[in-house]
Write a protein that binds this ligand. Structure first.
Ligand code: 7TS
Length: 434
C-alpha cells in the first residue's frame, strides 16, 4: 500500500518521466487505434467519454463488430452438424477462431482450447470436471487472498462437496503475493495451486513462472486465471508451464459471453465432461453414451458461434496491433498515471509500484468510492467503484471498496489528466480531502 501524504509535488526525475510520457502520447499510431473504437466518440453527461473501466470489460473495435455482423448476416448455421455448405462455412469460421486463439496463447494444438462463457465458466469447468474426479477428502488446494471471487467460490463449493481444504497465500502490505507463505503452504503437498496472473483489484503482476515451478516441484497442478493478463500480455502457455489457463474475450476487445480454457491435452483426456447433451457425444444409445473427442467433449449444446467468431477477430486485431506495441503504450500510460496519482495528496494507492499493470485501485481521503465514481461520471469519466469481486482482498486491507481506474490500448495521457482533474473536482465538492 502506498500513501502519499507529502505536498503535491513531483521530483525532477518524475517530471522527466511525465515529459517522456507526454511525448509518447502524441504517437499517431495510437490515435489511429483509438479511432477504431466507435463508442469512444460518445459524449456521456455532456462530456467526451473517458473510459477507464477496461478491467471490467474492454470496448470493441469496429472490425470485431463487423465480423460478428457478417457472420450473422451471411454465414450463420449450426456448427459440427449439417453437411450443407452454410453449416460447413460456419464450422470453418468457428474452428478457425479456435486455431487463431490456440496459436495466440502458444498452445501445442487447437484441441487444447475449449470455448466457454468466460473465465468464470473456465474455472468452474476445472473445479467440476477435474475437481470432482481427482480431489478427495483431506486434499488441499491453494488459492491466494488476491483472487477474484470466480477463482474462490467454485473451489469453496468443491471443498464442500469433497471435504477438501482450501488455503490462501497471504498478500504483502504492498500488494504482492507472499512467496514465503506460498512455500509454507506447498509443504502440505496440495493437489492444485490456482491463482491469478494479474490482480484485478490492484494490478499486481504475479511471478507466474516461479509459482508454477514451485507448485510442480511438490506435484501440484496449476491453474492460472488469465482474465486480466491475456488482454495485455503475450501469453505463451508452454513458457508459463502451467496446466490450465482461463481467459475471457470481453476484456480483450471481443464480445461478452465467450472465453476459453486452455488445458494440457493429457489432462483434458482423463477429465470427464463438464456439461452433457448435444455436441459433446460420439454415440448415444438408450443404454449409455460415448464422448466426443477433446475439446468437443467439453462443449455441450450449440455454442456461442457468433461470439467465438468475434473472439477470433479480436485476437487477430490484438495480434495485428502487436502485443509488444500495446505494452509500450500501456507502460507509458502506467508510468504517467503512477506519477500523477501518487502526487495527489490524500490518495492511497493499492498494489506495488513495480511489477504491475495499468489497473489503479485507490481510495481518496474519506470520499466513498461510489461517490467519487458518481462525480467522475458526471464529467464523462467511467471508473469502477466497489469491491471488484475481491472481498477477501478488501478485508485484508481493512476496507470495503476502492475506486479503480484501468487503462487499455485506446486510452491516452490526456485521459490520465482528466482523471486527476476529476479528482480535484471531487475534492472541491466534498470541501477538501480529510
Ligand atoms: N478473474 C479475474 C482476475 C477477473 O478480473 C474477472 C473479471 C474474472 C475472473 C471473471 O471474468 P468473467 O469474464 O468470467 O466475468 N473481473 C471483473 C472486474 O474486475 N470488474 O468486473 C469484472
Amino acid at each position: 500500500m502506498e500513501t502519499n501524504q507529502s505536498e503535491n509535488q513531483v521530483s525532477i526525475s518524475d517530471s522527466q518521466a511525465i515529459e517522456e510520457a507526454l511525448n509518447e502520447s502524441t504517437n499517431p499510431d495510437f490515435q489511429v487505434i483509438r479511432d477504431q473504437f466507435p463508442i469512444l466518440r460518445r459524449n456521456i453527461n455532456g462530456h467526451p467519454l473517458v473510459y477507464l473501466d477496461s478491467a471490467a470489460s474492454s470496448q470493441k473495435p469496429l472490425r470485431v463488430l463487423e465480423r460478428i455482423d457478417r457472420y450473422l448476416r451471411e454465414q450463420h448455421a449450426n456448427v459440427h452438424r449439417g453437411v450443407h455448405s452454410l453449416s460447413i462455412e460456419a464450422t470453418d469460421a468457428y474452428e478457425e477462431a479456435r486455431n487463431t486463439i490456440a496459436v495466440h496463447v502458444g498452445a501445442a494444438d487447437s484441441s487444447e482450447i475449449v470455448f466457454t462463457r468466460g473465465t468464470t465458466e473456465s474455472i468452474n469447468l476445472v473445479a467440476s470436471s477435474w475437481g470432482d474426479t481427482f480431489v478427495k477428502e483431506g486434499d488441499e488446494i491453494i488459492l491466494t487472498k488476491m483472487e477474484h471471487h470466480s477463482n474462490i467460490v467454485p473451489w469453496q463449493i468443491l471443498a464442500e462437496r469433497t471435504g477438501a481444504r482450501l488455503n490462501y497465500v497471504d498478500v504483502t502490505a504492498d500488494g504482492r503475493l507472499d512467496m514465503n507463505d506460498l512455500d509454507r503452504l506447498l509443504e502440505r503437498r496440495p493437489k492444485l495451486v490456482s491463482f491469478t496472473h494479474v490482480s484485478n483489484g490492484m494490478g499486481t503482476l504475479n511471478p507466474v513462472i516461479d509459482i508454477v515451478e514451485r507448485a510442480h516441484a511438490v506435484g501440484a497442478l496449476t491453474l492460472i486465471d488469465g482474465a486480466q493478463a491475456a488482454p495485455h500480455l503475450q501469453i505463451n502457455v508452454e513458457e508459463l508451464g502451467c496446466d490450465f489457463y482461463a481467459f475471457s474475450a470481453h476484456k480483450m476487445c471481443g464480445p461478452t459471453g465467450v472465453g476459453a480454457l486452455w488445458g494440457r491435452r493429457d489432462l483434458f483426456e482423463i477429465m470427464p465432461p463438464y456439461q452433457s447433451g448435444g455436441e459433446m457425444i460420439s454415440e448415444v444409445t438408450l443404454e449409455g453414451s460415448r464422448w466426443a473427442e477433446v475439446p468437443h467433449k467439453f462443449e455441450a449444446g450449440t455454442p456461442n458461434i457468433s461470439g467465438v467468431v468475434g473472439f477470433g477477430e479480436a485476437v487477430q486485431f490484438l495480434n495485428d496491433v502487436g502485443l509488444d506495441t500495446i505494452a509500450v503504450h500501456e507502460n507509458s500510460l502506467k508510468k504517467y498515471a503512477l506519477e500523477r496519482l501518487t502526487a495527489v495528496e490524500g490518495l492511497t494507492l493499492y498494489g506495488p509500484r513495480e511489477e504491475r499493470t495499468s489497473v489503479f485501485s485507490f481510495t481518496y481521503g474519506d470520499i466513498h468510492p461510489h461517490d467519487l465514481s458518481t462525480i467522475l461520471d458526471q464529467n464523462g469519466i467511467a471508473i469502477r467503484a466497489g469491491h471488484h469481486c475481491n472481498q477477501p482482498l478488501m478485508d485484508h486491507f481493512g476496507i470495503s471498496a476502492t475506486a479503480r481506474a484501468s487503462f487499455y490500448l485506446y486510452n491516452t495521457h490526456n485521459e490520465v489528466d482528466a482523471l486527476c482533474e476529476g479528482l480535484q473536482m471531487a475534492a472541491k465538492v466534498f470541501g477538501g480531502i480529510a
